[in-house]
Design a protein around this ligand. Structure first.
Ligand code: NAD
Length: 479
């Protein structure tokens, strides 16, 4: 008998979710993961829980509270004394949140009878995996019925800006600065650059300069939303320089000099710290012995079909290491999809066209489905409805009136094609749109559903009504 029914390599959101669902279905499951906490102990949860989504959200929430206390409480008639930052406490709280959640996964593993093998896993053949223990010692081969590869992703490095973990850091380093940098440089104005730039700007960085190679800001976002975001972030003090190609960096004892070129010539920027956030790549190096002949694509991602089957029988791959957006929730759904194929014979692919994307800035940005520019490029006939949060009673009460909701629906049959939100709690509001689209809903469906008053969700309702030019709280009917 094989050692296990399933071995999962990687214990991030994709891998640990796959392992739990496999165990729920009665499969003898092990999950190999090598992550170590700063104190050296093993930790599950991968980048998301340990050094990505969760610690960054803890800092985004804490820093936003600090900003609110300093800038907005007075407007609500709440007087507080001098507001001061205790960065050490904020970081300790972030660590505690991470610890609770990673320990929670370990508890779930124990409750489901999943073995966490601390070390590095490597595919030897479709039914054999090598485990190199993190504590050292000899590698051993394990046998199993199925292998699920979930090795995640790693930051892309820039030759012109090598990370030293001190002055020049990647996203992990930027979540653990011991003091607030007075001048902060960021290479890449993508998701990580904007989220981390927001954190440090709110905590007191006087200059936050984002150098972005592309001429278009947030090209994956709907243009109208990206335009609004650029305006709002600039007003918050993020200095976003587009079309900026970094050509070199020089790291001194106290500062980093960044050389870059844009349409107007060559420039130098001096900052105290520099964050490199130019994207992530699949962490597939060494995931399989060469003789397996596991097929990777040109980006180094494991090649899979819509059901996450690799080129080898009984070997599956999920999460950031395969095609599709690098998002924890997408990986987790793929984990469930694969576990249910193995353990229950269910073959329901994850619908990659309905994966919501969120940027946790303030205001937040969230969307699902197509952008207006993509529909134009594809020649799809569509109608647009928009609604500004400034016209929402709840947003006014909250004092968070920036942003809008934009709904795109088919001009032929009104099917929802895309929903885009920039505004308060966009990350939560988008769930309604995902549900509606997953059920093949129309803008009329959203418009005819009763939404509680006063809530932010009424903005989604009114944007859907505005597709037919019948939004109630808009006198200037916009399209
Ligand atoms: P990203 O792709 O969002 O942004 C990277 C940016 O860097 C791009 O705008 C790119 O044009 C720019 N860039 C690339 N090379 C450059 C160069 N040499 N000089 C200047 N700019 C350059 O990637 P990211 O922000 O690093 O995030 C990595 C991954 O992590 C993404 O896939 C993202 O989906 C995921 N992530 C998601 C969230 C979230 O869902 N909220 C948060 C953090 C990270």
């Amino acid at each position: 008998m094989a050692d296990y029914d399933v071995i999962v390599i990687g214990g991030g959101p994709a891998g640990y979710t796959a392992a739990i669902r496999c165990a729920q279905l009665g499969l003898r499951t092990a999950c190999i993961d090598r992550w170590r906490r700063p104190d050296g102990a093993p930790a599950l949860g991968g980048t998301c829980l340990n050094a990505g989504c969760i610690p960054s959200k803890a800092l985004l929430d804490s820093s936003e509270l600090y900003r609110l206390a300093r800038e907005e409480l007075a407007e609500h008639g709440v007087k507080v004394g001098e507001v001061r930052l205790d960065l050490r406490r904020m970081m300790a709280r972030k660590e505690a949140v991470v610890r609770r959640l990673t320990d929670g996964i370990a508890t779930l593993f124990a409750a489901n009878g999943i073995e966490h093998l601390h070390g590095t896993g490597r595919l030897l053949s479709p039914r054999r995996v090598e485990l190199a223990p993190a504590e050292g010692g000899e590698a051993r081969a394990l046998s199993c019925g199925h292998v699920i590869l979930a090795p995640g992703s790693e930051p892309i490095e820039l030759e012109v800006a090598p990370v030293d973990g001190e002055r020049v850091v990647d996203s992990s380093g930027a979540l653990a600065f011991a003091s607030v940098p007075r001048r902060l440089g960021i290479i890449g104005a993508g998701v990580i650059g904007l989220e981390l730039g927001s954190v440090w700007r709110r905590l007191g960085s006087e200059e936050v300069v984002l150098l972005e190679a592309q001429e278009t800001f947030l090209p994956a976002c709907d243009h109208r939303i990206a335009q609004e975001a650029f305006r709002l972030f600039t007003a918050q003090g993020l200095d976003i320089r587009l079309g900026a190609r970094v050509t070199g960096t020089r790291t001194g004892r106290r500062q980093v000099t960044v050389r870059y070129e844009d349409g107007t010539g060559a420039h130098e920027l001096r900052v105290d710290r520099l964050i490199v956030a130019v994207g992530r790549r699949p962490a597939t190096e060494g995931i399989a012995a060469p003789e397996c002949e596991l097929v990777l694509d040109e980006r180094g991602a494991v090649h899979v079909d819509e059901l996450c089957r690799t080129s080898l029988p009984g070997v599956w791959a999920i999460g950031d290491a395969v095609r599709g957006p690098m998002l924890a929730h997408k990986g987790a759904e793929e984990g469930i999809c694969v576990a249910e194929q193995i353990g229950a014979g269910r073959t329901e692919p994850v619908d990659l066209g309905r994966v919501p994307a969120v940027i946790y800035t303030h205001p937040e940005i969230a969307w699902v489905g197509a952008t207006e520019q993509a529909l134009k490029a594809e020649g799809v006939a569509y109608r647009v409805g928009t609604f500004p949060f400034a016209a929402s009673g709840r947003a006014q009460a909250l004092g968070q009136t920036a942003g809008l909701v934009k709904v795109l629906a088919s001009a032929e049959d009104d099917t929802l094609l895309g929903v885009h939100v920039i505004g308060p709690w966009a990350s939560e509001l988008i769930a309604e749109a995902v549900l509606a689209m997953e059920f093949g809903g129309s803008s009329e469906d959203l418009a005819r559903i009763v939404h509680a008053h006063p809530t932010l969700s009424e903005a989604v309702h009114e944007a859907a009504m505005s597709v037919e030019r019948r939004a109630i709280h808009l006198f200037a009917r916009r399209g």
